[in-house]
Design a protein around this ligand. Sequence first.
Ligand SMILES: [Zn+2]
Length: 588
Amino acid sequence: MQCLLILFCGVAVAWAAVTVQPPPLIQTLSAGGDIGPEFKLDEQGRIVEDAQYWHKVGLQQLEKTIQKAKRAKENSYERKAKNIIIFIGDGMGLSTISAGRIYKGQYLKTGFGEETMLSFDEFPNTGLAKTYNVDKQVPDSAGTATAIFTGVKSDYGAIGMDTTRSETNATQGQLESIMDWAQREGKRTGVVTTTRITHATPAATYARIYHRDWECDTEVPQQSVGIHADIARQLVERAPGNKFNVVLGGGLSPMGALNQSEVRTVKFEGDTETICTRGDQRNLAEEWLKLQQNGTEGSQRVLVKTREDLLKVDVKKVDHLMGLFRNNHITYSIAREEGEPSLQEMTEAAIGVLERGTSSAGYVLLVEGGRIDQGHHQNYARAALHEVYELDLAVQAALNMTNSDETLILVTADHSHAVTFNGYPLRGTDILGPANIHKPKDPMVYETITYANGPGYFDHLANDTRPQNSSNVWLPLKLFSEAELQSPTYRHMATLPLKDETHGGEDVIVFASGPGSSLVRGVFEQNYLAYVMSYAGCMGPAKAIDGSCQNPLIGSVGTSTSSGISLTTTILPIMAAIPALISTRRSL
Ligand SMILES: [Zn+2]
């Protein structure tokens, strides 16, 4: 009850000191005098970790970080970012980063490998994000992307909706994303990915839907038809998706623009290689091309489907660029197909379209290296590590093209994987090779990169038709030919038989550079990243916390409590921010 009184006090003080009206939620609370429980409780009396809960967690973490910086007399957190680029290496856990760094050095033949640096290794700030979903200890990309882009942790499989979401109600639990916040401030926005543009990570920037699998109309189950619009439709029919200035990735099929003559040279396996097709005969890519552009920056829209056409685009003249280069995901870069751009090339095109000189309001861009995850799921270690290398090139391109004084760059993963980097290989040993080849007395040669689980189990298990080694469990590695070992579809060994290797649940690292990057420090819940972007970018809920973003309600008003913490930078902004976060958008 004490905190409620403080709340009222804080509100009263702020109102007395400024003449503007308080936000609607606070008006309602004051008028009714009935605040009710701070959070909803479920039937067992536990707190429901809904949007309001996670908004408070995120804002409190921000508040805590700022107060610590103030006590240490640091003020770099105050620097504001005109532009924000967030790179997500899907599934890029710490062992993948370390192995990817060595892979880079060995691939480029610059030395042993271990001493190599990735472009983001040089970033000045790092922190660790706790990745669990509301309902899962080990998360998926939908729930984690929702946390990163909306500031609200949610359930496994949920896209842009909190844990209260419903299959039969498309408005319940809807959330706004960093892209909504950015567009409201006049910033340009874009999404680049190597996966389908409708896949979980990019989808969480623009869609609000019960389940990540509902990428096409044909995937929406009967009870949700007419209630939840599929993810591809949401990209084209609704903001923020239909206002994106850049949309680059795969996914011609869910967009209804299937390329019938697509060539597939290497056969990759796994669930992720299956795609949905539309049943409504709509070509959403063509519909996107015909969308009217509002605003004054010109209206040139361009749709490209090949690398060659992408590189021909005059990015300074194009206002809206869509590139869809593959029916499904873009092929693993280690086996790139004709006509497919690299992540670096897509990133360069995106920044070219988004950068609009000193008079613009800036931009927010997501770049996802989405296939690190999918390589791991199939135990394709080479394919996965090469994707890390490609992400590294894209980050370097962004560093080269942007002004570090005005651009916040974050590089992180949504979750980790059940991949291990193990044994005692000698310095400079091929990261994809055996760990103990230098020990001839060892009864079994094993690889430095192995998996706790996955389909690699079946490929390496001794069987009746192939000789067994002394362990009587695993095939000797020497039975695999050099061509097999070098193949992008070669699977490293997994010790537990699963059709699909699983994610890992440990924290992921966040690398940060540019204005606001010092807010990334210590260990925090993953949803905090949305508040870092919000605060640094003067957009969305945390905008209210800082007077330098010229919010009239907060301004310079401050009242000290006995703890010495300013009310205007604690409780009041948190309450003021909450209604701004919860989307009031109606479903189609
Ligand atoms: Zn995954």
